[in-house]
Design a protein around this ligand. Structure first.
Ligand SMILES: [Zn+2]
Length: 462
């Protein structure tokens, strides 16, 4: 028998409205008991993990990860991406289908499932494509993707521009009870924009990616979700107008939802102008970096680690995304972990690919901007990483209910640490947060009761 007692932690399970200092017993890969029953039922001599002053919660879920398999394994693989996920506290991740070839058929879905079974450190679920080859022209075989086990469909990285085609996709998705996740970007408005259209794009001479380019597609998705009854989830929301549109639509019962990524609610477009410009103004609002004398991380202007899609926006948009997270308009937190090789990013800003890695920093940044700033309590932050994405994707995960899989994350919400390149498990190093002092750190990640990752220093006595 394989048993482990997580002793004396602050156990937070939003799905069961549980928040109390107690024990959790894991046995044979399942949650065997929570609360007083846990130590009572623990077998004699059970292995203990002292979780005093730590949070014990359901294993975190990231529904927006680029694992780059198949075809782009120089950037990331199932092995390295899931290792990064485990370090970040994630027990389930959903990989995006914009690979090479795209995940637009049952065979490729099976390939990912096989690779995940062989090399995955954590659970990998697959999002299938909406259109063949993610070309936006012809629907992918949505029923066959569903049969192959996809948990959602999306053309992420791209956006279906043809509204009629999107409507058909939603009608099919509804038949199969799949959520349609959308990267909201109107190509005619955005054209070849590389950063937020505003003061800094003008000052830096870079082509602008206007907020309306996202808001327009969010509005389109709301109308189509309302017309078809299909569930639509808007990915990586970055613009104030998008948050307001979602708020209104959800208020009248439209089946629409949204997610936010830490870079969009931590950084702003001023970061593209270099660290000095950023810290002088927008950076002051970041938790932990307001104190005088703090030596803040430095970077040059036009640093491609700050190029992502959608782009970092102005402080007003950052505040609107935070407000949307606080009032529940945005119900999911995720990374949009998007690894790229050094040589791809080490070019002029215009030519660099969009995207940054995020699995290892998203929990800390979310705690800093939401919990440590007292915008949200720990249960609310944890819900956005666990039961909310699980419900959206219809996953039997995201809770510590007795009998469920023992996917558990143990983290220290108050631990300060510095994110160092030598400690990243990802195959790529395109993060803007290297060298940052962060607050909140995973110390153990259990998948099916097994240790997917344990921080040696913290749990050396285990
Ligand atoms: Zn995207």
């Amino acid at each position: 028998m394989n048993a482990l007692l997580l002793a004396g932690g602050r156990v937070i399970d939003p799905a069961n409205h549980l928040d109390s200092v107690t024990d959790v017993l894991v046995k044979d890969g399942k949650i065997a008991a929570v609360g007083a029953a846990a130590s009572a039922q623990a077998p004699p001599g059970v292995e203990r993990l002292d979780a005093k002053n730590l949070v014990v919660c359901p294993g975190l879920i990231d529904l927006h990860v680029h694992l780059r398999e198949p075809g782009q394994t120089a950037k990331e693989t199932v092995a390295t991406g899931t290792a990064a996920a485990a370090r970040g506290g994630f027990t389930t991740i959903v990989c995006m289908p914009n690979t090479s070839p795209a995940i637009d058929n049952a065979g490729t879905v099976a390939l990912i499932h096989e690779s995940a079974a062989a090399h995955g450190r954590v659970r990998v679920r697959v999002a299938g494509a909406i259109t063949k080859g993610i070309a936006g022209e012809e629907l992918a075989p949505i029923g066959s993707l569903k049969n192959a086990g996809v948990v959602a469909i999306t053309d992420d990285g791209h956006c279906v521009q043809n509204n009629e085609l999107m409507r058909r996709a939603l009608e099919y998705a509804r038949m199969f009870d799949l959520v349609v996740m959308d990267h909201c970007q109107d190509y005619s408005l955005v054209t070849d924009g590389v950063m937020h259209e505003g003061y800094w794009s003008t000052a830096l001479g870079l082509r602008g990616w206007p907020a309306a380019g996202e808001e327009l597609i969010v509005a389109r998705n709301i109308l189509l979700a309302e017309a078809t009854g299909a569930r639509v989830h808007c990915q990586h929301i970055s613009a104030a107008g998008s948050v307001q549109l979602l708020r209104e639509a959800r208020g009248r019962g439209v089946p629409i939802s949204g997610e936010a990524c830490p870079h969009h609610f931590t950084l702003t477009d001023a970061a593209v102008a270099g660290s000095e410009k950023f810290w002088n103004q927008d950076g002051k609002a970041i938790y932990g970096y307001a104190a005088a004398g703090e030596e803040a991380p430095a970077w040059p202007s036009y640093d491609t680690a700050f190029k992502m899609n959608p782009p970092l926006r102005s402080a007003r948009h950052r505040e609107a995304v935070l407000d949307g997270l606080v009032d529940g308009t945005l119900e999911v937190l995720c990374s949009d972990h998007a690894p790229h090789c050094d040589y791809e990013k080490e070019v002029e800003f215009d030519y660099a690919p969009f995207g940054i890695t995020g699995l290892e920093t998203e929990l800390a940044l979310s705690l800093m901007q939401l919990y440590h700033t007292k915008r949200l309590g720990l249960p609310e932050v944890i819900a956005k990483f666990t039961i909310n994405p699980a419900r959206l994707l219809r996953l039997a995960a995201g809770t510590l209910s007795v009998g469920s899989d023992a996917d558990v994350t143990v983290f220290d919400p108050n631990r300060e640490w510095r994110f160092d390149k030598t400690e990243s498990a990802s195959k790529s190093l395109n993060s803007p947060f290297f060298g940052w002092r962060l607050k909140g750190k995973t110390v153990a990640t259990l998948v099916g009761g097994k240790k997917a990752w344990v921080e040696e220093t913290e749990l050396a006595g285990v």
